[in-house]
Design a protein around this ligand. Structure first.
Ligand code: SF4
Ligand code: SF4
Length: 439
């Protein structure tokens, strides 16, 4: 992928002595950054710092939620996704479309037309996340019933939420639904099917996701818990939207018969997904928006929500329709998708082969590991000393948590000072007080 801003430090980092490098589908354009600290305030994992009026992101902490991309009015933090030219590397190109894509168009553009226009970008086949919604509901229910001891089971299809749990709530990793996400299940199924039907080698088939968020682009390039090769790239809805709009006129003049899966579009709406899983012996709850998700995860840690069997957690407002790479307002997109679901015809999707792959264990994922971010030092004695120092600095700081220093809170600044990443002079409130005293 191109790197337009000389910001390689953002995408790869050495993780202690394990040499773990984290990829992020984000880029800081330093020339655009004014140092306003708006991004510092909205980052749920305190990954951003502003020093010398320029923002930087700690790759160990970033979970790719996209909050910073959405808030930055100077376009200094921008998302990255693959270039459409990547398609040329493959003989047979498949798009797997996130359900949220269909909420992005005005109501005069039909579901089928939006899908056909996407195919015209250079794909041989277009599949939809919506195709496996019923199958997902079935296997989620099976999984919950087989794992009652781990309740509440937490949904794992939002990559930002999975990373949030790895970074901030590692004790909850065993609660995560431990099978592939829908777009990955579909990828495995299609790769196998196309290989057999078209008599192609695996490396001749390119499978690409059409995604609403930074988290999914990152997940394609650095998947978690994966045993086998999954997708070959990800295109953001925002990036292809203009091109699709240009193709829509052509498609409207030459419509073709195309399969659509309106009933499965519910996957884009987090509330509906919980309603579908909920049944006589399963109680499900749905939560969206990163602040709400964090609040719920804290309650799950405290065993305050043990009455639930399943909790659907989505980082974005209203679920994936709220992804930062969409173009439409999430509430409007949601209303359009609800209309499609209501007006769409019931369709029977043959999931026979999916069932076989499921029973063969093809959708299993490797155990997920924690990404500890709070470690002050490997040596416990040194860590305790550093903790004492942090508390000393904390008593000197004003406790306003204003972020004007470029750290998200006074505690974070104290920690940065002790870790040698800031000085007490970065606190503007103290500086002002001292200069007044001197006057
Ligand atoms: S994407 Fe989210 S977690 Fe990463 S730096 Fe931006 S706000 Fe923080
Ligand atoms: S809620 Fe959906 S769009 Fe938002 S980060 Fe999670 S997967 Fe991506």
């Amino acid at each position: 992928m191109p790197d337009a801003g000389g910001t390689d430090h953002l995408f790869h980092t050495d993780m202690n002595d394990e040499k773990k490098q984290y990829f992020h589908a984000l880029q800081i354009l330093a020339d655009n950054c004014t140092g306003c600290t708006a991004c510092v305030k909205v980052c749920p994992t305190e990954a951003i710092r502003v020093r010398d009026r320029k923002a930087s992101i700690d790759p160990n902490r970033c979970i790719d939620c996209g909050n910073c991309v959405s808030i930055c009015q100077f376009h200094a933090i921008i998302p990255r996704s693959d270039s459409l030219e990547t398609l040329n590397k493959f003989k047979y190109r498949v798009a797997i479309i996130s359900s949220s894509y269909f909420g992005q168009f005005t109501e005069d553009i039909s579901y089928a037309v939006a899908k056909q226009a996407l195919l015209e970008l250079g794909f041989d086949e277009a599949a939809e996340e919506a195709m496996v919604t019923d199958f997902m509901i079935k296997i989620i229910r099976d999984y919950i019933r087989a794992n009652r001891d781990k309740r509440p089971i937490l949904s794992s299809n939002c990559p930002a939420v999975v990373r949030l749990i790895q970074v901030k709530y590692p004790a909850l990793l065993p609660n995560l639904f431990h099978l592939e996400a829908p777009m990955s299940i579909l990828t495995r199924y299609l790769r196998e099917k196309i290989r057999e039907e078209k008599q192609l080698n695996e490396d001749e088939i390119g499978i690409f996701l059409i995604v609403p968020c930074v988290a999914h682009v990152t997940a394609v390039h650095q998947p978690e818990g994966v045993y086998k090769h999954l997708q070959d790239g990800a295109f953001s809805i925002g990036m292809i939207y203009g091109k699709v709009r240009e193709l829509i006129k052509k498609v409207q003049n030459n419509p073709v018969e195309i399969d659509t899966y309106p009933k499965g579009l519910t996957w884009a709406l987090s509330g509906v997904q919980a309603e579908l899983v909920d049944c006589e012996d399963i109680r499900a709850l749905s939560v969206n928006g990163i602040e709400n998700v964090m609040d719920i995860l804290s309650r799950v840690e405290d065993h305050y929500l043990d009455q639930y069997d399943y909790i659907v957690l989505r980082s974005c407002t209203n679920g994936c329709v709220g992804g930062c790479l969409n173009v439409e307002n999430p509430f409007v997109a949601m209303s359009r998708i609800q209309k499609m679901i209501k007006e769409g015809e019931e369709q029977i999707i043959d999931i026979h082969n999916l069932e076989e792959l499921y029973h063969d264990g093809e959708f299993a994922v490797a155990p997920l590991t924690a990404r500890p971010i709070m470690e002050l030092d490997k040596d416990i004695k040194t860590a305790i000393k550093k903790m004492k120092k942090i508390n000393e600095f904390l008593t000197m700081l004003p406790g306003l948590n204003c972020s004007a220093c470029g750290s998200p809170t006074c505690y974070a600044l104290a920690e940065d000072i002790v870790l040698g990443k800031a000085t007490i002079d970065d606190c503007l409130v103290l500086l002002k007080r001292h200069s007044k005293e001197e006057d």
